[in-house]
Design a protein around this ligand. Structure first.
Ligand code: SF4
Length: 328
C-alpha cells in the first residue's frame, strides 16, 4: 500500500504511561501506521530542559518504550527511537536557532507557562525548546504532525522556521510540515476535576496490575451530589461514566445511564464493572509488555535499530542543509 506521507511525533520519556497518554496519543500512533510512514521519537533531550535529576531518564525511556510497543507501535513498520541517539538533531537545532528571532520565542505562551512552572530553572534550552521541536519534525522530512487543535501554534512555529531557513539560504532543503488534527477524548484523573496527569498523582497506568487498577477505580470521584445509594445520580457529571463510554459495551452504558438516574445501581457496583472492563481491555497489552520486560536489551536494540534508520533520513536532510548554507 502506498503511504500518504510521513508522520512525526515525539513524546518526553515520562515512564509508565497512563490512560490519558494512551487515548490522547498512543492509540492514534498505532492507527496512523496503516496509512502513513511513521517516525515516533522519545524526546529525551527535551526532558533535560526541566528535569532536576536525570537519574531515571534511561529507566523512564525504557518504560515508555515498553508501553508503546505493547500497545501496538510496530518497530518494523514504523521508525521508533530515542531523540539523543540521532546526533544530527543537535546540529540542526543549532542551525535553526540562527534563523529564529529571540523575541518570538520569549513571546510564546508555552514559554511563559514553562517559566511559571520552573521559576528557578529558566535555562537557554527552555527558551529554545520550540526550535528543537521544529528540528525534530523537519530533520526527518515529515509531512504531518498529529496534534490536538490547541497545539497548532507549535506547528505554525515549525512552518515559519522552515520558511525562514529556506528563504535565507535560498533552498527547498526543509519541508513545511502540516498539522494533522485529531480529536482525542479528554481523560480526567481519578479526582474527576483535573486532566489525568502523573504529576498530579491522579492517573491510572495502562500497565498497572488488575488489583492496582481496581483500587484506583474504586477511589474515583463520582457525581458529587449523590451522597447515598438511594439518591438518584447524574452520569453526565460523573467521570466513572465517561470512562464507561470508552471501556463498556453500548448496551451496558445505556443501562448504567438509566439505572443511575433512578438509583437502580450503586456507585460501588458501577466502579467494579468499570474496573473489570478496563482490565479486560488492557489484558493483551499487559501480556505483551511482560514479554518485552523479560529482556530490556532487546528493546534497546530495537530503539538503536530505529535510530539507525532515522539517521539515514537525518543525514540526507543535513547534507542538503549544509550545502545550502555552504558549510563544509
Ligand atoms: Fe457515576 Fe455510576 Fe455512580 Fe452513576 S452509578 S454516579 S454513573 S459511578
Amino acid at each position: 500500500m502506498v503511504k500518504k506521507g510521513r508522520v512525526f511525533s515525539g513524546a518526553r520519556p515520562t515512564g509508565r504511561q497512563h490512560l490519558g497518554n494512551y487515548f490522547g496519543a498512543i492509540s492514534n500512533y498505532v492507527a496512523l501506521q496503516e496509512e502513513y510512514d511513521c517516525v515516533y521519537c522519545i524526546v529525551d533531550l527535551h526532558a533535560l530542559t526541566t528535569l532536576e535529576s536525570t537519574r531515571d531518564l534511561r529507566k523512564n525511556t525504557l518504560e515508555m518504550a515498553w508501553d508503546w510497543l505493547a500497545a501496538g507501535i510496530d518497530p518494523v513498520k514504523s521508525i521508533v527511537f530515542v531523540q539523543s541517539m540521532v546526533r544530527q538533531i543537535t546540529e540542526l537545532h543549532t542551525i535553526l536557532s540562527m534563523v529564529t528571532p529571540l523575541g518570538k520565542l520569549t513571546d510564546l505562551p508555552t514559554f511563559k507557562e514553562k517559566v511559571r512552572e520552573n521559576p528557578h530553572n529558566i535555562n537557554y534550552g527552555l527558551v529554545g525548546y520550540p526550535v528543537l521541536m521544529s528540528a525534530d519534525i523537519v530533520l526527518y522530512k515529515s509531512n504531518f504532525v498529529p496534534v490536538g487543535i490547541d497545539q497548532s501554534p507549535h506547528i505554525e512555529f515549525a512552518r515559519e522556521t522552515v520558511r525562514s531557513f529556506n528563504f535565507r539560504y535560498n533552498t527547498n532543503a526543509l519541508i513545511e510540515p502540516q498539522a494533522k488534527f485529531t480529536s482525542f477524548p479528554k481523560i480526567m484523573g481519578i479526582d474527576g476535576v483535573n486532566k489525568m496527569s502523573k504529576s498530579l498523582n491522579n492517573d491510572i497506568e495502562i500497565a498497572a496490575t488488575p488489583e492496582e487498577t481496581t483500587k484506583l477505580v474504586m477511589q474515583m470521584v463520582t457525581d458529587p451530589q449523590r451522597q447515598r445509594r438511594s439518591d438518584p445520580g447524574n452520569p453526565d457529571v460523573c467521570n466513572v461514566f465517561s470512562l464507561h463510554k470508552i471501556f463498556t459495551s453500548p448496551e451496558q452504558v445505556a443501562s448504567i445511564n438509566s439505572e443511575c438516574r433512578r438509583a437502580g445501581i450503586g456507585c460501588v457496583d458501577c466502579k467494579k464493572m468499570l474496573a473489570a472492563n478496563m482490565n479486560d481491555y488492557f489484558t493483551p497489552l499487559r501480556a505483551r509488555r511482560m514479554e518485552f520486560q523479560k529482556d530490556p536489551d532487546v528493546t534497546w536494540d530495537m530503539l538503536r535499530d530505529g535510530a539507525k534508520r532515522a539517521s539515514v533520513i537525518a543525514e540526507t536532510t543535513m547534507v542538503e542543509v549544509r550545502k545550502a548554507i555552504d558549510l563544509p
